[in-house]
Design a protein around this ligand. Structure first.
Ligand code: FAD
Length: 125
């Protein structure tokens, strides 16, 4: 912990939050029950209302209203979330992430173990 993390700024909050969200997607069932699907919809909805960067939260709520979260399987939800994250990446002028690699980035890791190669597109200016 460095002083720079305390309190978290919008960037630190964002990185930590995306880590939580994508990791939740990576551990979401392949075939979720009705209850798991409705829990996920409620979670995303409440997250978008409680996210403590109000400008970010407003935009995220509009995104959800236009593109309703897809929660019928792990891959569907992971792809949806990747699209939502890319929407923010575009807004901030960051490179878009290749959504075919979301599970590799957040669960399995790349076949050759070069995790860095997946981080590079958005971490390196
Ligand atoms: P991050 O964007 O935090 O990404 C972290 C890691 O995720 C990357 O290193 C990469 O490996 C991976 N990644 C990148 N894109 C994707 C993707 N599409 N799918 C899967 N994995 C990916 N900041 C603002 O300034 N204004 C906003 O309006 C704003 N809105 C936000 C809304 C939400 C819901 C969240 C969670 C964050 C928001 N942020 C916003 C924060 C912003 O998205 C970044 O988190 C922050 O700028 C730090 O960026 P970063 O370059 O470290 O990487």
């Amino acid at each position: 912990n460095s002083r720079a993390d305390c309190p978290p700024d919008v960037e630190m909050l964002g990185r930590s939050s995306w880590t939580l969200l994508h990791t939740i997607a990576a551990t979401y069932p392949d075939t979720p029950s009705r209850t798991q699907q409705s829990d996920m919809l409620r979670f995303v909805d409440l997250f978008s209302k409680l996210y403590p960067c109000w400008v970010c939260a407003e935009d995220f709520q509009s995104y959800i209203a236009q593109k309703v979260p897809k929660v019928s399987s792990r891959d569907e939800f992971g792809q949806w979330l990747c699209g939502a994250h890319n929407d923010v990446n575009r807004k901030l002028g960051k490179k878009e992430f290749d959504c075919s690699k979301w599970l590799e980035r957040w669960k399995t890791g790349p076949p050759d173990g070069r995790v860095q190669s997946l981080k590079a597109p958005v971490d390196v200016a």
